[in-house]
Unconditional design. Structure first.
Length: 210
């Protein structure tokens, strides 16, 4: 078996969320130190906290929930690419996806930063945006992941990038931690939880060397 890279953000009270979103918290229902038979805890958080996948329901009231999405896009060969955003707000340029850079793959993960800090929300993060999203759809990509909080920039209201991917049948992963992962091809495993009526789900995303 090849090396496994854990590309998930840790979930804790220090994990950053979008301003106004519900942060992670944990309460103990039973504690062995209090004489109980086992430890049992309850967590409370946004389903967009940490590394997660968006369901169509997140941006389409008639869209499928996360319990209804096809799981196949979340399993299989993927390519990690290093791309820097351009402009203000910073977007992945469509030109970076031209040529043979996406040949032979159906899943692509973008590393846009050298230093990934899950405890800090940076409103100037690099997003994918609609133009690069359209290129991915045209190339037959089935899943796109990014190491920032969203496919669209922080102040976007219409979420055009999300909708372009949605119309093209492309699954979305956000808040990946791709530090230390060399550019190249891997096997991706990043299954969502089966949350009925869920608009998103946390995932434990891993990459396995081929």
């Amino acid at each position: 078996m090849g090396r496994i890279y854990d590309v998930s953000e840790p979930l804790s009270q220090a994990t950053a969320v979008f301003p106004g979103d519900t942060p992670f918290s944990q309460d103990w229902v039973m504690r062995m130190e209090d004489g109980m038979s086992c430890n049992v805890s309850t967590i409370h958080m946004s389903v967009h906290c940490g590394t997660h996948t968006d369901a169509p329901l997140h941006f389409d009231p008639a869209g499928r929930s996360i319990a209804e999405v096809d799981l196949e896009p979340y399993l299989g060969r993927c390519r990690v690419l290093e791309v820097r955003g351009e402009g203000d707000p910073a977007l992945i340029p469509a030109s970076a996806l031209e040529g043979a850079v996406l040949d032979g793959v159906e899943r692509v993960l973008f590393r846009t930063v050298e230093v990934h800090d899950a405890t800090r929300f940076d409103p100037g993060f690099t997003a994918l945006g609609p133009e690069a999203a359209a290129v991915l759809v045209a190339k037959g990509i089935r899943l796109v992941g990014i190491d920032t909080p969203s496919i669209d920039h922080a102040s976007a209201k219409e979420l055009h990038g999300h909708h372009v991917l949605y119309r093209g049948g492309v699954a979305i992963l956000e808040n990946l931690d791709l530090r230390g992962v060399p550019v190249g091809d891997y096997e991706l495993i990043a299954l969502p939880l089966k949350i009925v009526a869920g608009d998103s789900s946390p995932v434990r995303a891993i990459l396995r060397e081929l």
